[in-house]
Design a protein around this ligand. Structure first.
Ligand code: ADP
Ligand code: MG
Length: 271
């Protein structure tokens, strides 16, 4: 099973160096991200928390290559040029409504020219892991929101990207489904050694999932502090972690780091 190795003992997979993003012109300028420095180790799970509007999505979109940095550099080490560099999972899902569950899950393989039989063979174990084998030939409209989100998760892993980028993927789910999804995500991830950047505004989610938690400041988004979560060995079960007194203590510690930033962000939003 995996160990919670500190980032320094792993090879760097993602290197962000003074990453910055400014939107607009001199009249209406928004500094969305400022001098964001982060190195993520190979196989590491890093969570990012910060008040809304602090540039989390902007940072992730730049790592995904969807947005161009205003300054700074992004370096993702690719182990295999045939694999996609990244796969993204968002809150609201981009499943194809005209494709069945299994075809949605296998979509990344189809893009790479993998034949239908092999696609389905490779997708099936992931569909089983998310507990949707009975629904493999259903269409997204026949599934609940939680089930659709599980399909998206399976799709991202089946694509076998160098890195996984998740932007508040469980934010729209109810509390019970959220816990189940965190558990399923960890189970899949524990078997894959994927490097993950996971954005959330939920501190408990960040503690349950992350090897480290990056706490950001209000706009312009900078790194306020990076907190290692090394008190909870893997494999972790999110529901059980919540019963551990150290969980509450860490939650409070991170909330204290965030509190001023959330207040600042609220004032900014009112201005
Ligand atoms: P977060 O994900 O942390 O809530 P975002 O990265 O979405 O924050 O946004 C950071 C800031 O950048 C916000 O003030 C937002 O309004 C602004 N912003 C994001 N995208 C754009 C854009 N395409 N054009 C102009 N401003 C943007
Ligand atoms: Mg966002």
């Amino acid at each position: 099973s995996r160990v919670n190795a500190p980032a320094s003992t792993r090879q760097a997979k993602i290197r962000l160096d003074r990453l910055s993003k400014t939107f607009g012109d001199d009249n209406a300028k928004t500094v969305a991200l400022s001098d964001f420095d982060l190195t993520v180790g190979d196989g590491e799970f890093v969570c990012i928390v910060g008040p809304s509007g602090c540039g989390k999505s902007t940072m992730l979109r730049m790592v995904a290559g969807l947005e161009r940095p205003s300054a700074g550099t992004i370096d993702v080490t690719a182990a295999d040029p045939k694999r996609p560099l990244n796969a993204m999972v968002f809150q609201e899902q981009g499943l194809f409504p005209w494709m069945t569950v299994i075809d949605n899950v296998a979509y990344g393989l189809e893009m790479r020219g993998v034949g239908k039989r092999e696609r389905h063979e490779r997708a099936a174990p992931f569909i089983e892991m998310i507990g949707l084998s009975r629904f493999r030939d259903h269409y997204p409209s026949q599934l609940s929101g939680g089930m659709r989100q599980r399909v998206s998760l399976a799709r991202a892993f089946v694509a076998d990207p160098e890195i996984l980028l998740m932007d508040e993927p469980f934010a729209a789910l109810d509390a019970q489904n959220k816990l189940i999804m965190q558990d399923e995500l960890l189970r899949i991830w524990e078997g894959t050694q994927k490097t993950v950047l996971f954005i959330t505004h939920a501190i408990d989610e960040a503690i349950s999932l992350g090897d480290r938690i990056v706490v950001m400041t209000a706009q312009p988004g900078r790194i306020k502090q990076i907190v290692p979560v090394d008190q909870f060995p893997r494999p972790r079960r999110p529901v059980e972690l919540r019963a551990d007194p150290r969980f509450g203590a860490l939650q409070l510690e991170i909330w204290r780091m965030l509190e001023d930033e959330v207040r600042t962000a609220r004032l900014q939003a009112q201005a």
